[in-house]
Design a binder for this molecule. Structure first.
Ligand code: ADP
Length: 428
């Protein structure tokens, strides 16, 4: 077995892909695993991202999942661990960023560089900057960005030192933008100073992507790095890796092309309209017309798609306007409507792959989770980027025997309006 260099633990599914995408762009060959694998890695990779669903689960569960991921990554030879969370530092009142970080540090204790770690969700090119420990989303503080009203993880304080301290037993400090701007040796000196003051975790400022590149070498000796996906752009160089096309190489594309969309975000609705306007065939699924478990709608959709496959990419979508979604939810209930649509679209995705689709675009975070599950996909090799945060991937699936399939999982607001049209062009 070849050993991996970097072992990553992501607290949600689409965030894992975002991180993997950044590592690939910086020269690493990356595999994303759905949950903690039960077998040793069976692929050549420089980094593995284990995608968990630990962002909003109870603290003890998040810790248990993360420690299981750590153990597996260590068994694959990981030399450094990267705990990835959201670029808006999404936390519940219990954590989970602080408790998971400290649990990982405790588990790594005794290894060189395990006594200290850093935290920063900064990704300036994507509008996430940290200044004097305060997180800005675009031009406004996190606490004024709309995130203060998030249903599960309201973020009412933009001061990350304070937020993280409230979640941690150990002391939290700050390495500010002035130190970061001076580069590696200044950051290392500041880390030594903080260590001497008994600080265990430092929030790191970053006001430009150059700051992220400057950080890379200063983080080389830490056993654990915790961050959004941004810090990842500066780490592969520590392992002697540089951007190259080979890192994102996937097998040659084969088979038919299809899009399955269950996202109702503004961006996805525009992408659906652009696909239709470009003259491609599209079939809308109306949740109120689904009877029983949706089996009839699955059969009808596959019957519709079959004669079109091979001629054009096809789109099957439940994406709808906020008003239409509200009407459906009022009638079926929010959870029940979501589950029914996810099950139906996942069965359609599987049916399409069984009928020869080998290039599949899925829109929607939850929808992607359901489709990946229905296809029995446990890991994906990360390929070239289509749009920021959204790469093509390649995976094995029982529904696509032997050669597997190419798929891309696009969460709600990602991608340009022509995403569904241009995605297939990016694979050639
Ligand atoms: P996003 O990434 O945009 O949040 P998700 O797939 O995560 O997309 O979430 C969309 C949710 O909305 C899913 O649970 C999906 O099943 C549900 N859904 C999709 N279409 C409709 C619809 N027309 N009416 C009600 N719910 C829908």
């Amino acid at each position: 077995m070849k050993k991996i260099l970097l072992g990553c633990i992501a607290d949600d599914f689409t965030g894992a892909t975002d991180l993997a995408n950044n590592l690939v762009r910086s020269g690493m060959r990356v595999v994303q695993a759905m949950g903690v694998p039960t077998q040793p890695l069976n692929a050549d990779a420089d980094a593995v991202v284990v995608a968990l669903k630990s962002r909003t689960v109870p603290k003890a569960e998040a810790i248990a999942q993360s420690l299981a991921a750590l153990q597996w990554l260590q068994a694959q030879g990981a030399r450094q661990i990267y705990f990835k969370y959201c670029s808006t530092f999404e936390s519940t009142t219990q954590g989970n960023i602080g408790p998971v970080t400290e649990a990982l540090m405790d588990a790594l204790a005794g290894q060189p560089g395990a006594d200290f770690s850093i935290a920063t969700p900064a990704f300036p090119d994507n509008g996430r900057t940290v200044f004097k420990g305060h997180l800005f989303v675009g031009d406004v503080l996190l606490s004024e960005s709309g995130m203060q009203n998030h249903p599960l993880t309201p973020m009412t304080d933009a001061n990350l030192v304070r937020v993280l301290q409230s979640q941690c037993r150990g002391k939290v400090g700050l390495i500010d933008y002035k130190v970061v701007a001076q580069g590696e040796s200044a950051m290392r000196a500041r880390m030594a100073e903080l260590r001497a003051q008994g600080v265990r975790i430092a929030v790191l400022d970053a006001v430009s992507n150059d700051d992220l590149y400057r950080m890379g070498p200063a983080l080389k000796d830490l056993a654990l790095v915790t961050a959004g996906s941004g810090v990842a752009i500066g780490l592969p160089a520590n392992f002697g890796m540089a951007p190259s096309n080979t890192a994102s190489a996937l097998p040659a594309p084969t088979g038919f092309q299809a899009v399955v969309s269950g996202s109702c975000s503004l961006a996805t609705n525009r992408q659906v309209q652009a696909f239709i306007a470009a003259g491609y065939p599209a079939l809308a699924i109306d949740p109120l017309m689904l009877t029983g478990d949706g089996t009839q709608a699955v059969e009808d959709a596959l019957k519709w798609a079959l004669p079109l496959l091979g001629k054009h990419p096809v789109l099957i979508y439940s994406s709808a306007s906020p008003e239409a979604v509200k009407a459906v939810q009022a009638q079926l209930g929010v959870q029940a409507a979501g589950d029914l649509v996810e099950r139906t679209l996942a069965a359609i995705a599987r049916g399409l792959v069984e009928r020869g689709v080998r290039q599949l675009v899925v829109a929607g975070g939850e929808t992607s989770g359901a489709c990946v599950q229905a296809l029995g996909i446990t890991q994906m090799k990360i390929g070239p980027q289509i749009d920021p945060g959204v790469p093509w991937c390649h995976a094995q699936s029982a529904a696509a025997p032997q050669a597997g399939l190419h798929l891309t999982l696009k969460s709600g607001n990602f991608g340009t309006d022509d995403f569904f049209v241009k995605a297939f062009g990016c694979l050639k």
